[in-house]
Design a protein. Structure first.
Length: 154
């Protein structure tokens, strides 16, 4: 099996049969990824085999966090401005490529951090290994500063 580097989700990518072991992630890819991509709500990147069968994916979107509710390290130096973030909406493939793409976005737009909503404790432990910290906004939100995320991809 030959896998290709993550590319934007396209018509030739075959989603049927995808199973990462997390029903919510499988369902989102099959039922919502193309619609979110088409409407501009989220951009999904897929790792595909020869023939286009998807072996993994992640989705990115953008948002903001209220400065007063952000962790100290995230809001430091932001004044009263909302904190711009890239949201790692779904992940069922390489964490590093998602972070690398976030750094590319940060070079062209004002991004302070990445935001993730892990589905369960296992996912939360995975994210904390990469420098994500708990957000006081919601129990299941994790954030790494852009400068901490940059260390992961080096």
């Amino acid at each position: 099996m030959t896998l290709h580097a993550p590319k934007p989700l396209a018509a030739q990518h075959r989603l049927e049969g995808f199973d990462c072991g997390k029903p919510a992630l499988n369902d989102w890819l099959l039922r919502h990824a193309r619609q979110a991509q088409g409407s501009g709500l989220a951009k999904t990147f897929v790792v595909a085999e020869e023939g286009g069968r998807v072996a993994g994916y992640f989705s990115l979107t953008v948002g903001q966090v209220d400065t007063l509710k952000a962790p100290d390290r995230i809001r430091s130096g932001m004044g009263q401005y909302p904190v711009p973030v890239v949201i790692l909406a779904r992940l069922a493939v390489s964490q590093q490529d998602a972070i690398r793409r976030t750094m590319l976005i940060a070079e062209r737009a004002g991004i302070r951090a990445m935001l993730s909503h892990p589905l369960d404790e296992e996912a939360a432990r995975f994210y904390t290994r990469f420098g994500f910290i708990a957000s006081p906004l919601r129990e299941q939100q994790l954030l790494p500063l852009r400068k901490d995320a940059r260390k992961v991809i080096r």
